[in-house]
Ligand binder design. Sequence first.
Ligand code: FA5
Length: 343
Amino acid sequence: MLTKIEALRAQLNELLEKAESSAELDKAKVEFLGKKGAITELMTSLKELKDPMEKKNAGQQINLLKKEVEERLAARADELVKLEEQRQIEAGPRYDFTVPAKSGQGSLHPITIVQNELEEIFASMGFTIEDYDEIVDEYHNFEALNIPGHHPARDMQDTYYLSNGQLLKTHTSAAQNAIMRKYGAPLRAIFPGRCFRNEATDACHENTFFQMEGIMIDEDISISNLIYFMKTMLSEVFERDINVRLRPGFFPFVEPGFELDISCLICGGEGCPTCKNSGWLELCPCGMIHPNVLTAGGIDPEKYTGFAFGLGLTRLAMMKNGIKDIRVLNSGNLKALSQFTSR
Ligand code: FA5
C-alpha cells in the first residue's frame, strides 16, 4: 500500500510539472480525487488489509496524500493564473490603427480642454509643465508635505493603498518634493494630474478627479505675487470678471494658507446642489510654502520663499461649461460630454 502511495506522489509531481493550463489541472484533479480516482481506489482497497495497525497507518498516509494533492493543485492553479497575467502584460496591448472609427471623429475631454488652456496661460508666464506619477509613496504624498503619520490632515485624504505600501496620490502636491529636488530654486512649475480619494460622491465630489498644482519659488516671493498669479489665471480662463473670495485655510504644507472660492456659476451665487447651497465653490486652495517643505525639497528657506496652489481642474471644467454634476465628467457618456467639446 505504501509503495502505491509513493508511486502516486511521483505521478503527481510529474503531472504538476507538465500542467500548463487549468484544463490539465482539472483532468489531474479527476484522476486523483474523482469518484473513480486513484485516491478513492486506495481508500476502497484499505478494507483488504487485515492487520489493524497496518490499516490505520495506511489510512493516515492516504489522507495525507489527499490533502497534499488538494493543496498542490490549488497552488499550481494560482501559479498558472499569475503566469498567464505576466504573459499578457509582456505581450502588451495591441492596437490596430488602421481600423476606421465607428462613429465620426472624437474630441478632447472637457477637462483636457481646460487643462490645455491653463498650460498655455502658465507657460506664457514662464512656468514649466511637469508630469508626475499617479502611484506614489507616503513620504511624497504626506511626510515631505509636513504631514507626519499621526497628523489628522491624513483623515481628510483617505485613499487607496496598494499591497506594497504605495498609494494612489490624493493631491498633486505629492509632486512638490520631487520637482523641488529636480530643479532647485528659483523655480516656476505647474503639474496637472489625476487624484484619488476615498470619497462619498455627490454633485461636486468624485473619487477620481483632476487638480493642477503650481509652485513659484524665488527670493522675495510674497502673498502679493500669489494673488497676482491667481487673479491673472482666473481672468484669462473665464475671459470675464468672476467674484472671488479669499479666506484663511489650513494646509500643513503652507503658512499662511488660503481657500480661494469662486462664486458658483451654475446658480449665480444663489445656492444650488453643485455649491452645496452656499453660493461659493472651493476652487483653488493656496498659500506660502512652509519652510519645512522647502527644506525637505533641498531648498534653503532662509534664502528663498515661494507660493503653491492646488487648483481643482475638474471643478473648473464644470464651472466653465455650466456642468451641474461632476459625475457627468467621468461617466463616459459621449452624448452628454460632446455638448462641451465642440470647440
Ligand atoms: C488640496 O488637495 C491641497 N493639496 C491644495 C493645496 C495645494 C493647498 C498647495 C495649498 C497649497 P483640497 O483637498 O482642498 O486641497 O483640494 C483642492 C481642490 O481640489 C479643491 O478646492 C477642489 O476644487 C478639488 N477637489 C478636492 N477634492 C475633490 C473631489 N473629491 N472631487 C472633485 N474635486 C475635488
